[in-house]
Design a protein around this ligand. Sequence first.
Ligand code: AMP
Length: 172
Amino acid sequence: MDLRSYVRDVPDFPRDGIVFRDITPLLLDPRASAAALGLLVEHARGHGPDLVVGIEARGLIWGGALAQALGVGFVPVRKPGKLPAETVSVAYELEYGVDALEVHADAIAAGVRVLVHDDLIATGGTAAATVEAVERLGGSVAACSFLIELAFLGGRDRLTGIEVRSLISYES
Ligand code: AMP
């Protein structure tokens, strides 16, 4: 199945010059969604994670499904101020300025093996910050998976030593 045909390109969103890779057509199609999830599950099983960590916003949708299919727990990583209990926060650089991600401090026990999932890796800043949060809590990242990789931005280079899998790769 050609998963790429279920990704909609939206030019100049959220700002001029950015082509937004919209996965909502993939979510709308249950057969294509199941095929994508099956590939992600197969990859994740090879790493035997104890937990799946999914990144806000679209990483929560696929990450949750992945955790369910693997029969392991799910941990959300969210934008600042969204999680109600005590959090660990990691700042990361954006093209202009700085943002942060948070995870509940009690969500990842020391020694736990984690699979990090997001819908898309671009520069890799978001995923690298998530890896840092997991490691600060004493967990280790077994692998990272993404539906989409913008390979020309070299994001996987920021995840040195971690196995990175993407289902759809854009070279430009
Ligand atoms: P980065 O930290 O640069 O790897 O950016 C990854 C995060 O930003 C992911 O959570 C993506 O959902 C989002 N993102 C970045 N670029 C795009 C894009 N062109 N289309 C859709 N989402 C994007």
